[in-house]
Design a protein around this ligand. Sequence first.
Ligand code: PLP
Length: 364
Amino acid sequence: MIPVAKPLIGEEEIEEVEKVLRSGFIAQGPRVAEFEEKFASYVGTKHAVAVSSGTTALHLSLLALGVGNGDEVITTPFSFAATGNCALYVGARPVFVDIDPKTFNLDPNQIEAAITEKTRAILPVHLYGQPAKMDQIKKIAEKHDIPVVEDAAQAHGAMFQDEMVGSIGDMACFSFYPTKNMTTSEGGMVTTNNTELSDMVRILRAHGEKERYHHSVLGYNFRMTDIAAAIGLVQLKKLDGFNQKRIENAEYLTEHLKGISCIEPPFVSPQVKHVFHQYTVRVKDGKRNDVMNFLNQEGIGTGIHYPVPIYKQELYQNMGYNDKCLETEKATSEVLSLPVHPSLSVEELETVVISLEAASDKFF
Ligand SMILES: Cc1ncc(COP(=O)(O)O)c(C=O)c1O
């Protein structure tokens, strides 16, 4: 089986974890501090605060911004559920704006119509590793004085024009889940240039403590461990190499899928560095599931990111959401992610192409 995703853990990560385990310092400690410093320096922000996951990074970012009961957060419905759920955690309402069909990212031209006096944040996602249109989004946000939180869970090392993802909005959130471009096992990071916001995230991730056993606000235990940070420190050094391999694999696939008319390879905006967390094609004529099943039978792992718009999840339906974002709904029925991870061999990439050619002959 060629898996659709595969974490690349080497001897160095294992050795660094062993060192932490032998040190006796296995909760949040010096390795977390070192990881934060190196991650901030990589992204180019003043601060980085390590947390337990991408989801808790989003949750704490909204809390730090003071988003709460009755507020609204504008975001995309074509993402992992955590993107919407983080607004619910703080008592706010996610307001869903449809995507641009070319990039699958939040359509900036539709944001302004969704802004109300209750809007407290705009939360674009850099889906599949391709940055959202941050120039337009920031312009709208600045005009209405609304903070932007980047959901960069899938886009470590990506760039919009000459700016690193994670340094463009007021805050940004990364995930280090094992399928991501770099991992810590579970883990997340908040990046920002705003000292007040980073201080607040630090307090919130550790029970609202500014001082040990003195709780100023309602906080959580959303800390990262030194074990996770030790993995992250090694993975961060490898990130650019991993991303380069992802980009090359994507270029290979796009070049070789050109001739298959029923498959639409991903569009890459000339404004961005796309880091291909996923290589996601559209399969035409309602044949996505047929093609997917065929590839799976051929031993090729695939993914559907995502099969259901967030507002159509049972949780949201039960809350009364009845949105209909047409481009999102179309995408949910057409998208298919193919293997693009850095450990793929040329033979495996060839197998993916040959199998897609066979699927095309069979179903179209
Ligand atoms: C776009 C997006 N946002 C948020 C998350 C949540 O991250 P985590 O799984 O680390 O909580 C993920 C990943 O799983 C994601 O893909």
